[in-house]
Design a protein around this ligand. Sequence first.
Ligand code: HEM
Length: 409
Amino acid sequence: MTQGQTAVFNPFIPSFKSNPYVQYARARDYAPIYHSDALNAWVITSHEACSAILKDPEIFSSNPRYASGAIANEVAREAEANPLGYVRNVLTSDPPDHTRLRAIVNKTFTPKRIAALDEHITDVTDSLVESLRTESKFDLMAGLAQPLPVIVIAEMLGIPPSERIRFKEWSTVVASATKLVPDPAELERRRVVTEEMVAYLGEIIDRRLSSPEDDLISAIVNDQDETGDKLTRDEAISFTILLLVAGNETTTNLIGNGMLALLNHHNVLDQIAANPDIIPSVIEETLRYDSPVQGLVRVATRNTEVLGTLITKGDVLMCMLGAANRDPAAYSDPDTFLFDRREKRHLSFGHGIHFCLGAPLARVEAGTAFKRLFEEFSSFAPVKGGLTRGGTLLLRGADELIISAEKRT
Ligand code: HEM
């Protein structure tokens, strides 16, 4: 990396974790697409270019096997260590495989199935918020944001309550795959955990194949698309792991990032207290302003151009959603949190064929969490030293967020 480049964008320095947006803006001014030697990837900070790349899966693949150089070796090593080898899931496949897999899982993970969970999500949230009420200071992450999505997805899948803690640990370890530079011990831990998950879920799947129950795993293994096609056993395991990993840390981070934004915008806290109906708009603005998923990776399948820059077959492109969502070409006053802004669309759930399957679920969970918090507490304030940042280059969130809250009487 040249001296100039390092000064423009350097996700390795600690200030990136607390505020990547300064660096994104600098990178966009320097060049909305430029090659980072440190990441060995193109970093894209323009909304227009990110949208175009995500809309074109033929040229920009989601399959890391197309990558050239060091990343290709990394992918091969990971696949060797994975008991499922190269089994594709929706997230890492392109058409026609993606079209086939998505048609099947669309039948299973329907908005109707999610809407039916409304009451249940409220019950789970109620019991978590109820335990927070006993304290005047609490860690929002450990008390609500972390357990809520894992409990909901584990129950949907039909995983017994006694296994949920193990489930959460698995999900955290597998999500660490988005770390910039995992150390060998972490890679080994991920291999062990993946093996455990595959064995555990394989057993449940075999049981549901022979005697289906009224749960999501039974639907995953038995549902068919219009042509009668269904997932193979390995595809079903891979999809179940994906649901667990894609839905947990992301939704946790949405709740945490939302509270952080509110703590810095007291006027919005007051507005929600006066009118909770604005919560859905506040959540959408949180998604834009501080996206739980900061970047998506694609690989060029042929030589092409992006914004006039030559991209070579096998090159890795990082579409920085966190940057695109704050591109001044797409949003007026992009660094300001405005829940009633005119430009509603953001890229935080992706764009195009891979658009997030769980977006309706994430919206309901986060909406319910904030609704219940505002029903139980009349005010919220940060606690000094209460924020511990977590996250990776691609995921953004807090590990710990201790806040003080005043109970309603
Ligand atoms: C705030 C929470 C969430 C955020 C920000 C989020 C974000 C995203 C993004 C950006 C993508 C596109 C990936 C790509 O194009 O490569 C995606 C895909 C996906 N998400 Fe989510 N997600 C969230 C919650 C969930 C939940 C709760 C579930 C399910 C339980 C879920 C399941 C999936 C699946 C299966 C895909 C792959 C879809 C495909 O490739 O066709 N997500 N998500």
